[in-house]
Design a protein around this ligand. Structure first.
Ligand code: CUA
Length: 153
């Protein structure tokens, strides 16, 4: 009698566990954690704000500068940018082709750029210096040459 009860309970929890696993796998597969909103990667050049990549000073927002960035094999557009110390920077980025990384050495900035998704990161730049931007996702033969720079002055 008791054995049967335990067996039912065991089977029941196993089924619940599998359902939860299935749901979370589904969500992860459809929505990468660092990215939101779907855009057509082939039309990045025509979709705002990516039709005008670059660093812009903004007013009336919680951040001072926006860096609209488009990655493609094997470069970042824009390349080197200069931001004043103490400024809050919002990075809005995507890729035109394959998955690229956007890691700023010596900071917490580390994003995965996935085709079709917009990745965002907001940070305050407290230290002056030249911060190397590197691609940390293997993207092809030129992967190791894919670099840029954020200068905090
Ligand atoms: Cu881009 Cu590695």
């Amino acid at each position: 009698r008791y054995e049967k009860w335990w067996l039912t309970l065991g089977t029941g929890s196993l089924i619940i566990f599998l359902i939860i696993l299935g749901i979370s796998a589904f969500h992860q597969g459809h929505q990468p954690p660092s990215a939101k909103a779907y855009i057509n990667p082939e039309q990045v050049d025509a979709i705002a704000p990516f039709d005008e990549p670059g660093l812009k000073k903004v007013e009336g927002k919680e951040w001072d500068y926006e860096l609209v960035l488009v990655a493609s094999t094997f470069l970042y557009n824009p390349g080197e940018v200069e931001v004043p110390k103490g400024a809050t920077l919002k990075i809005i980025a995507t890729t035109k082709d394959v998955i690229h990384g956007f890691e700023v050495a010596g900071t917490n900035i580390n994003m995965m750029l996935e085709p079709g998704y917009i990745s965002e990161y907001t940070t305050t730049l407290d230290k002056t210096g030249e911060f190397l931007v590197v691609c940390n996702e293997y993207c092809g033969v030129g992967h190791h040459t894919m670099k840029s720079m954020i200068k905090v002055v």
